[in-house]
Design a protein around this ligand. Structure first.
Ligand code: BES
Ligand code: MN
Ligand code: ZN
Length: 513
């Protein structure tokens, strides 16, 4: 493939500016010290020892600042008297009994957020008033710090004076059982690498990350023993993927389909399947979009990015599951060769589609890759992810992704995994009544409903026509969560990597042997 026009070197490796280490509790002598207390301003024994005689000042400053240790509240002391560290940051835990596993991830993000830009050394005491955090809690704390530290700045060649930070930040997490925390952290590191990989892909501009280049980057998964196959347009034509091909035909970049397989489960057992919309840029095509915010459409491949990040996570933590990931990579452009409104295409399933609006392209891509994944792999279930409709953002905002599902058990499991990871899904309806809206005069169906009403639902209803109802299937519309997303304690990135932790959790909870 041609070289991307704005790429100086290979960015296959993820380098974060954060260097994390673990140690046992020892009073630090430089940098920033971050500690935790409950809503009675109680500290753990090791923390108390590290604070030493400065406890009086801490109490006084807390009183002056009305800091009471409420959950996620913070108190900063610069050059605390009697301490060698340059700064002491106290983070409130609220009521200890009310802490949930996912809270420790947030606390890790919050801890990292307390470090001023210029910090090169920091120590975080993974201790609550009752004693050292449990290994999985301390490991989540470290994971949260990594997620928070991620920044996509590879194209910045200049930095403002106040952004001049050290190249590497050494953050030491002081813990009870170092070996146990390291073990728990290794699994979480695999998952975090998957999230950061997904973020990188979403953040990359479309002049760099077009279908061929996206496909090339997935080849890095081979190092983790994931089997990766790339289908070119010829192979797709042979398979009859005309719905997908039609979307990409106006672009000077060729379309690709990538199939990734991780076999960590029993030999011959049916895999779980994840399918992603990978529109590397969505201009709308001939039904062209307005200029405002069109640059955001470089992120229209967030579904595909999530699938790649998930495959990375599963393989890197050697999940005991058979999993396949299939992504459809295209660029939706207006051009003399582009697809027109009124065109009729025959999908791989044999069903014909009348194109009403070339901007409703994601469902055309998904129609073929979902059909292909089902035919070839006979999966246990299928989950597709797509930045599919603006309508889902109107319905749910940026807090929840839309979930459409033909199976109550799968829906319940996704819902629970969402609550556990904080990557929330809200179930939306599928019903034959909506189906009528996409019947066509000339073909088996049309690619948009007659009106804008229920736009996320008619899109899901369209995809459903390419799913055999005997296979549990969920469609996640991540238009509101995949990019330009809510900034949280564990995400300051435009591309959020949403869904990697959710789906990893789903697999971990229910589908590993
Ligand atoms: N990629 C867009 C959906 C989108 C919009 C995602 C804004 C994130 C932010 C999708 O391809 C699209 O254009 N959908 C249309 C469908 C319509 C033409 C039926 C939409 O939502 O307007
Ligand atoms: Mn579109
Ligand atoms: Zn799109």
């Amino acid at each position: 493939p041609p070289k991307p026009s704005c790429q100086e070197k290979d960015h296959l490796s993820m380098t974060d500016a954060l260097k994390l280490g673990f140690s046992s509790f020892a009073t630090p002598t430089k940098g920033v010290l971050v500690v935790f207390c409950d809503d009675g301003l109680n500290f753990g024994a090791a923390t108390k020892k590290a604070i030493g005689s400065a406890i009086d000042v801490v109490t006084r400053v807390a009183k002056a600042e009305r800091f009471t240790g409420k959950k996620n509240s913070t108190l900063d002391l610069t050059v605390p008297p009697g301490l060698e560290v340059s700064r002491l940051a106290v983070i409130g835990l609220g009521k200890i009994a009310e802490l949930k596993p996912n809270d420790f991830l947030k606390l890790g993000g919050l801890a990292l957020g307390r470090l001023p830009n210029a910090t090169s050394d920091a120590t975080v005491f993974a201790e609550i008033p009752g004693g050292a955090m449990r290994p999985e809690q301390a490991a989540s704390l470290a994971q949260g710090a990594r997620l928070r530290a991620y920044a996509f700045d590879r194209y910045k060649t200049k930095r403002k004076e106040d952004e001049k930070s050290p190249k590497v930040r050494n953050v030491t997490i002081a813990v009870g059982d170092v070996a146990a925390v390291r073990t728990a952290f290794n699994t979480r590191s695999a998952i975090t690498d998957g999230v950061l990989l997904a973020r990188d892909l979403v953040n990359e501009p479309a002049n760099v990350l077009y279908p061929e280049e996206f496909a090339r980057r997935t080849l890095a998964l081979k190092k983790l023993r994931v089997a990766v196959e790339v289908l070119d347009v010829r192979a797709m034509k042979k398979l009859g993927m005309n719905a997908l091909i039609g979307v990409g035909q106006g672009s000077s970049h060729q379309s690709r389909v990538v199939v990734m397989r991780w076999n960590g489960g029993r030999a011959g057992e049916a895999p779980v399947a994840f399918i992603g919309k990978g529109v590397c840029f969505d201009t709308g095509g001939i039904s062209i979009k307005p200029a405002a915010s069109m640059e955001d459409m470089k992120g229209d491949m967030a579904g595909a990015a999530c699938v790649v990040g998930l495959m990375h996570a599963l393989a890197a933590r050697k999940a005991r599951v058979n999993a396949v990931g299939v992504i459809g990579l295209v660029e939706n452009m207006p051009d003399g060769n582009a697809q027109r409104p009124g065109d009729i295409v025959k999908s791989m399933s044999g069903q014909t589609i009348e194109i009403i609006n070339t901007d409703a392209e994601g469902r055309l891509v998904l129609a073929d890759v979902i059909w292909y994944a089902a035919q070839r792999f006979k999966p246990k279930f299928m989950i597709d992810l797509a930045t599919l409709t603006g309508a889902i953002i109107v319905a749910l905002g940026q807090e929840y992704a839309g979930m459409f599902c033909n199976n109550d058990q799968l829906a319940d499991r996704l819902n629970k995994a969402g609550i556990e990871t904080g990557e929330l899904v809200w179930r939306m309806p599928l019903a034959p009544e909506y189906d009528k809206m996409i019947d066509s005069k000339f073909a088996d169906m049309k690619n948009t409903g007659g009106s804008r009403w229920g736009g996320a639902i008619t899109a899901a209803q369209f995809i459903k026509r390419f799913v055999d109802d005997k296979v549990p299937w969920a469609h996640l519309d991540i238009a509101g969560t995949g990019f330009d997303s809510r900034q949280t304690d564990i995400n300051k990135s435009w591309g959020s990597g949403w869904g990697v932790r959710l789906l990893n959790r789903l697999v971990e909870d229910h589908y590993e042997r």
